[in-house]
Ligand binder design. Sequence first.
Ligand code: 4AD
Ligand code: MG
Length: 451
Amino acid sequence: MSRTRIADLLRSETSPGTVVVKGWVRTKRDSKAFSFLEVNDGSCLANLQVVADATLTGYAEAVVPARTGASVEVEGTVVASQGQGQRWELQATRVTLVGAAPEDYPLQKKGHSLEFLRSIAHLRPRTNLFGAVFRVRSRMAYAIHRFFQERGFVHVHTPIITSSDCEGAGEMFRVATMDGERMRTGGEEFFGKPAYLTVSGQLEGETFACALSNIYTFGPTFRAENSHTSRHAAEFWMVEPEIAFCDLAGDMALAEEMIQFLVADALASCAEDLDFCNRFVDKGLVERLEIVRDRPFERISYTAAVELLRASGEVFEFPVEYGLALQSEHERYLTERHFRCPVTVHDYPKEIKPFYMRRNDDGKTVAAMDLLVPGIGEIVGGSQREERPEVLSANLREQGVDESDYAWYLDLRRYGSVPHAGFGLGFERLLMFVTGVGNIRDVIPFPRTPA
Ligand code: 4AD
Ligand code: MG
């Protein structure tokens, strides 16, 4: 008999009759006449209550030792639940102990700290919170593909090993063979030149946008920035659409539409998991997401944002001055205190942005945008790209980048150049926003952060 997912069983309108379920015991309560087992198979947040009579064949061998953490297979009849809260429970006719769990199983009781659970990353998916977070993660990955595929974007797989530093910040991990000694003595490089783990698929993505018009990438990216914050990881996933024949206004509109689409999808398809997060992680979560889904976002130029922050009378740790990057505290003031909704800040000073961003006519700013959300700050960063070859060359020179390394990138501007724009959405930042989880380490299956 094939296995029935507990999510499907609990959702049935009428009793599915006799079924087999397989999962892990969350808790067990014994009385003289029977045992109640709470079984979870990860298909949904809820456990299925299994009632096993003490008269059941094999009760002593299978049910008595089926402690918290053990895996079981249960065949039985689905009957209306006596207790409240759930429609169905399972009256067992056969219980098999698939894998026992001794008493040192670390998840015996509820209420472990997130820090402790990070130390047992291999077992934490078996908790309510991490089950919920990783189901939402899966669903959001699917929703991202749906959003772009439904709009005719072509999914491009950009390389993980690359020699270009897209963000120009030098925060890259070096890729080398194990034979490090040969490298130090100036011996040959595996690829003939230094190679790194990608910080962004954008530059390669641009080559495809300048052929297929609308593309997106979705994959792992790596940053060797030594940021010890709750929002930075050394390995994270990014979604990077790139659109030909598009300017900054079109770019901002797409980013806003995407965020609203993803939030709406999460509310509609992850209701049970988000309700759990709303109760145990962040009490205002669902209400905040509904506002984000239903109301237009704000936009403000960097210059106006700096004026607004300076006039706010607020005391910030970091200075607010034209020409300096906005810090997280400034971004959060804009989204949480001033506008109380997501805000797109656009047209930043060219000095604080990478070489590829399009220079504005004022000569001071570039066509950049950051989409900021309450609770997190920057979730999306993007820009219109510099499509004029001579301006791009000047930018490269100004930022001390060797033009010969970007000859192919300049070629895109020499042969049929088009205005184009794109952005990067930090996938984990999106998940933090959607689940209310406050630390990026808790939305990544196996987080990689600096020691
Ligand atoms: O703003 P960033 O650095 O932009 C780029 O990489 C561009 N090449 C994107 C593009 O235009 N195609 O990164 C984009 C987003 C940020 O807004 C943030 O959400 C996320 O990636 N991000 C990180 N997320 C987790 N850990 C880190 N260390 C991150 N660095 C950036
Ligand atoms: Mg950025």
